[in-house]
Design a binder for this molecule. Structure first.
Ligand code: ADP
Length: 249
């Protein structure tokens, strides 16, 4: 793999909490355009890795680069401006605003203006066409004028993804996108992730292994803060160390 094939690269990423190594010397390379999953048993260090990569936490040691640029010392909002967006960063969906209004708010945020709830109706009109494109991209066009609070759980997740896409990320980090979903929604959100991955890179933490198997090009398995195995689903799912980590913990 050449340097330009990689969009995100962490080397020796380590996070210590009061002497406890939550993430211990992790190397992680994410290929541009891929869907990459981070899996592992509870306590493996997945969330801490996500927080380090998106700069919600600073690493104790190690380096992280995005598009060849060292981002180790940058903050979360700077990373988002560079094109790497974590889904919950903008997932504050306003329950009483409609689907399209919620997306317009996200577009307005991308422009850098503060959202003023009381002036919302007057300023939001500017973003109509672009907002509708994002709504269509996540398959919510029939619900464009429904309030967010009327949506099913799965459709609310699709709306969160639409508001994330409004920031035009090159790379999306999805934190357990299937958490709490019924099977029909799992299938809908899986299909959505597949479709939005065109031209984008996705890194996700996900517990649903059949979703991981179905979607991921590459899987990194963490256990006790370290990388245990990496590769396609066929490879990692047969790795005895992975089986032991899942069954033995
Ligand atoms: P996962 O997401 O894989 O379940 P986490 O990254 O949440 O794992 O946690 C990895 C380990 O680090 C766990 O043992 C957890 O208790 C510990 N940990 C996480 N955050 C903190 C913190 N802020 N302070 C102390 N320990 C932490």
């Amino acid at each position: 793999m050449t340097g330009s094939d990689l969009i995100l690269s962490a080397k020796g990423m380590t996070k210590q909490f009061a002497g406890f190594m939550a993430v211990n010397n992790v190397d992680l390379d994410v290929r541009r355009g891929s869907i990459h999953a981070l899996i592992g048993p509870n306590g493996a260090g997945k969330t801490t890795c996500f927080n380090l990569l998106t700069k919600f936490l600073q690493p104790t040691s190690g380096t992280i680069s995005f598009n060849g640029r060292d981002i180790t010392t940058l903050g979360a909002s700077e990373i988002a401006r560079l094109g790497m967006v974590r889904s919950f960063q903008i997932s504050a969906v306003f329950p009483k605003l409609t689907v399209i209004e919620n997306v317009r708010v996200a577009l307005q945020r991308r422009r850098g203006t503060n959202f003023d709830f009381w002036r919302a109706q007057t300023v939001l009109g500017e973003f109509d066409a672009e907002a509708m494109r994002r709504v269509e991209e996540v398959g919510l066009e029939d619900f464009a004028h429904h309030t967010a609070q009327e949506l099913s759980y799965g459709r609310k997740r699709a709306l969160e993804i639409a508001t994330t896409l409004a920031l035009e990320p090159e790379m999306l980090l999805l934190d357990e996108p299937m958490a709490g979903m019924a099977q029909a929604d799992v299938e809908r959100i899986s299909a959505l992730i597949k479709s939005i991955s065109a031209g984008r890179t996705i890194l996700m933490v996900e517990h649903n292994l059949s979703v991981v198997a179905d979607l991921s090009d590459t899987i990194t398995v963490l256990a006790r803060g370290q990388v245990l195995a990496e590769g396609g689903y066929e490879t990692v799912s047969k790795d005895p160390r992975v089986i032991e980590a899942y069954i033995g913990v």
